[in-house]
Design a binder for this molecule. Sequence first.
Ligand SMILES: Cc1ncc(COP(=O)(O)O)c(C=O)c1O
Length: 441
Amino acid sequence: MSDAEGTTHDTGAPTRDPEPTPETGATRERVGDGKFGDYGGQYVPEALMPAIRELEDAYERYVLGNEDGFRDEFRRRIREFGGRPTPLQRADELSQRYDTDVYLKREDLLHGGAHKLNNALGQVLLAKYMGKERIVAETGAGQHGTATAMAAAHLGMPCEIYMGERDIVRQRPNVFRMKINGAEINEVTTGRGTLKEAISETMRDWATTVENTHYVIGSIVGPHPFPTMVRDFQALISEEAREQVLDQVGRLPDAVLACAGGGSNTMGAFHHFVDDDGVGLYAVEAGGSSLAVDEEEGVAPNSASLSTGTEGVLHGARTKLLQDGDGQIVESHSVSSGLDYAGVGPELAHLVDEERVQPVNVDDDAALEGFHRLSQREGIIPALETAHAFGYLEEHADELGDLVVVNVSGRGDKDLEAALEETEQRDIDNAPPMDELTGGL
Ligand SMILES: Cc1ncc(COP(=O)(O)O)c(C=O)c1O
């Protein structure tokens, strides 16, 4: 069976063949069969299949087919409640520094402070259209949990969030935000207490409560239709960015950069550029402290599954994973909780194999330097996840062309404690004097 448990054993459970669904007016061909090349699929326990089928049907009818005006309501709410469209802003200081036009897609200005609301609002609204009465979600950095709690409060749905004990410590401000929005937090103490375990626990909950509960997954991971559906909600980012860059600059960019954990801000920022062959797409992963995997300890001191991972099954989908020779998932690491995941979305894995997306990575120190650089030079404190993209820009700006769009996936308020602590421990070159930061005014 499974892979809700988090192991990589593929029991050969078949993914379903394309089949027409005439009663809905949609066809399976419109959705595809959830495969991206060899990746994706539905590797889930039998108990979850009814929920997955119901969700596929709802995705086709409401999200693709706009039944009952779902899409119109989503677009209205993400505009009025979420604050879309987010700006595409020229970064004057960085443009001068790199002698390249650098534009920032400001998802940090979306309500909640990250791109996560695009998907969370879409899925909570979909749950309402499906007649569900309860929301569960996992969270790593707490941004998806926060966005889900906000969307659930906005739409009047009870909400429970699963979060690893380690992430609860790393991301305290978001724990408070979720609670203030009325969500219940379920602490996950298994394994390393990060995102992988939180996803597994949420899937376990969903498997026993499918009748009345919807699982709002936080990235383009999990069994079909989640990767495609989450991508569709997040694709607003590149839909807007493409129009904005054409409008503001008069041409398409040479490169689009986005950090990649599970990959939802990444595919969101890339989707409408995928067919534009001249636009380079760079998925910036967490290189952590090293790209090596310590097989004996079962630890990868990085989260670079696109750059270094191998094929396996995790959380219901075949994709690129950090695993040992026996197919056991190894522990991942990143200075940013939101990138700290041993897998990645199947669509990104496929686009990397097709050489359409370039997987790149920067280490923890470069990300922290990116965090301080954007704060000092542009007056924008980015999330530590986002800071990886700016770490890459610093190291490779001269290879990216004359016009670069960087997706600012989120703001760094949630990371202040972690960023100060990590900066102090690592002696980051471009940080302000630490005694000024930690010694009070
Ligand atoms: C601000 C921010 N950016 C990026 C990510 C990584 O997620 P994804 O790769 O799905 O965009 C997270 C995850 O929590 C996040 O909070």
